[in-house]
Structure formats: C-alpha cells, structure tokens
Design a protein around this ligand. Sequence first.
Ligand code: GLP
Length: 244
Amino acid sequence: KVYADKDSASKYVADRIANLIATKQVKGERAILGLATGSTPKGVYKELVRLHKDEGLSFANVVTFNLDEYYPMHPIEDQSYVSFMKANLFDHIDVVKSNIHIPDGTLSLEAIEAFCQSYEQKIKDFGGLDLQLLGIGRSGHIGFNEPGSDHRSMTRLVSLDEITRLDAVDDFKGYDKVPTQAITMGIKTIIEAKQVILMALTQRKAQIMHRAIYGEVSKEVPATFLQKLTHVEYILDNQAAELL
Ligand code: GLP
C-alpha cells in the first residue's frame, strides 16, 4: 500500500495495531506485539500515544517483544533501544512493565546464547507474535538480520553491516562509537508472526524497496525473504515507492 505521506501511512499502521489490541481485549486475550525501532515507526508510536491519551486505548493487555538491541549496550544510554522505546512509546502508555521484552545488551558474551533461547521460548509461551512491525535498513536488513542471514535464523548475536553502522553515525556521534554487534530476532522468528507489517518511508528507502520487492530472493537482501509470504504487508509513502 502506498500512502501520500508518512503521516497517513503511520496512521494506517497505528489503526491496525489499535484494532488488534481492541479485538483481543473484547475476547479477554492479550495482544502480542513485535516492535521495531528507528525513525520509521516513530509516527506510528506517536499516533498510538494519541489514541491512548485522547481515545482511551488501553495497553493493559499488551505484551511486547522488540526486534533487536545493540551489543554491548546499557539500557540507560541515549542510543539504547530501551531508551528509544521509553521515549517514543512506553513512558506514555499504560503498558505493564513486566510485559515489555527487549534484547539485553548488558549480557556477558557467554550468557547471550541462553538469553536468545529464552527470548524465543517466551514468544512461544505467549502463543507467538500476533503482529510484527518492521522497518528496513538500507542494507536490506530486517531487525538486524544483515546480508548473509539465513531464512531459518533465530534470535542471536550478529555483526552489523557497514551501511548500517554508517547510518548510525549521527546517533552515536562518530563512526568509531557505533557498536559492531547487536542481538536480533531471527528471520524465522519474524516470519512466524501471524501478521507482518514492513514500513518504508522517505526517498532514502526507494532503492532498497525496489530490491526487496522485485529482487531475487536471497540472503544478500534479507527483506526479500518476505516476498513469497501471504501474511506480509508493505506500507510505503510515495517517496519510498518512487522506483516501484
Ligand atoms: C535500525 C533497526 C531496524 C530499522 C533500521 C532502519 O537498524 N535495527 O530495525 O528498520 O534501523 O532505520 P530507520 O527507520 O531509521 O531508517
């Protein structure tokens, strides 16, 4: 779906999420959301906060799993995805703290594998993700599944692509300060969600969206693994759809 601008695209996605939450609420069930960071979903979170404040949308029955976190990364750092999620969403809604899950960037290297397995297990214990929200990196990554990632990959420690690190220079105020690794949900974890929404906004994403949608399915552009799936929606603004 192509929208005229980022606000209308964000509103559509926020409404989808709000409807899922409300539908689950009526049934007395929880909504299990897979959430993303980056500039792309900011408008979605802003609209969800507005729906909470102005229209009484409650997140009391919501459980969240974030896609990824830099490694190493302390939650109190400005660049952590914990800080991002608090600033853009969690601090402004009534989500229960213990229902929030974000990969832990403070673990020792030896502890990461067990953590990743338990992250996968927790998602399963909640019955799987009802909806996974995704952005896309200019490298073609989803989450931090960089080029070379297998379609059967699960939550794990990964090395960041050069393009991804360059795109993060402003956030970290210098290339050398950008972490070289991250913990990310795998491609398998992502595509097992019952519904996947990939958002791409601005002209910066036009080229990679062309490759993601029309390119050969390959590890070189991990987002191409979504092409053949029927439970994936691509939500773009006019600029990101420029080359389609
Ligand atoms: C980071 C995140 C990705 C996100 C990407 C794109 O690398 N780990 O999940 O999709 O950034 O960021 P932006 O939306 O700012 O272009």
